[in-house]
Ligand binder design. Structure first.
Ligand code: OAD
Length: 227
């Protein structure tokens, strides 16, 4: 069975990393336009870099939880593909392989002068020089609103061949990821939502299990592996 998994901030919530749109989510504390758009970065690079420096620190202080671990077990047994909107590295630290980061990675830096991408230094400041071209032109290698998500061709191809598409801990508010369930379903896949509560895209799923990710993901993985 070809399984494609999509994860969002909800899978890392119980590791202590904040979600975006829940009651105390990041987008209730920061204006998305200020910290997650190329225009916001052009207006105030120090503010944007500081936002991601703090998130990088939080990410390094966090540990993968039982939901990340369960997906590693599922992947090892079935070859499931894991696509994530998350910029943290908790899937990798749980042992998952070849994770597709469609919104980029907090622990990588991108030079917007020469395009060099490499592991991020702990703190990026407006004057931090790029190790490749020496220009102070670094940003986190994350995808902002108005930019093209990464690896889309590979993702659409995987969705076209999926027997089961599973969406975990995402609100279904941001395209293109919000369209994956509908696309997979149109191509004949079963679609399953695992979330704390019905998401905005709940109608696109043929079945759903609701509860905290650390409970429902391990239980669902066990049920799949028992067959
Ligand atoms: P959101 O914050 O929009 O949604 C988080 C989802 O996780 C909600 O549907 C919650 O119900 C669910 N949730 C919260 N706690 C949970 C738990 N313990 N167990 C299971 N589910 C839980 O986050 P995303 O959908 O990931 O993009 O957001 C998508 C994109 O919007 C992000 O990648 C980011 C953001 O703006 C960019 O920055 C480009």
């Amino acid at each position: 069975m070809n399984i494609v998994i999509l994860t969002g901030a909800g899978i890392s919530a119980e590791s202590g990393l904040g979600t975006f749109r829940d009651a105390d989510g990041l987008w209730t504390k920061y204006a998305l336009e200020d910290v997650a758009t190329p225009e916001g970065f052009a207006r105030d690079p120090a503010l944007v870099l500081d936002f991601y420096n703090k998130r990088r620190r939080n990410c390094l202080d966090a540990a993968p939880n039982a939901a990340h671990m369960a997906l590693t077990k599922l992947q090892a047994a079935t070859g499931a593909l894991i696509v994530t909107q998350n910029v943290d590295d908790l899937h990798e630290r749980a042992g998952s392989k070849d994770v597709i980061h469609m919104h980029g990675e907090l622990l990588k830096q991108l030079c917007h002068n020469c395009g060099d991408v490499r592991a991020a230094t702990a703190v990026i400041e407006p004057e931090t020089p790029c190790p490749a071209c020496q220009r102070p032109a670094l940003r986190p290698d994350v995808v902002w609103f108005g930019e093209m998500p990464y690896h889309m061709e590979r993702i659409w191809e995987a969705l076209a061949n999926a027997d089961l598409f599973v969406s975990i801990g995402t609100s279904g508010a941001v395209y293109p990821a919000a369209g994956f369930a509908q696309d997979a379903r149109r191509r004949g896949a079963d679609t399953l939502e695992l979330n704390l509560e019905p998401s905005e895209g709940a109608r696109d799923f043929t079945s759903a299990i609701y509860g905290p990710a650390t409970d429902i993901v391990p239980a669902w993985v066990d049920s799949v592996l028992k067959g």
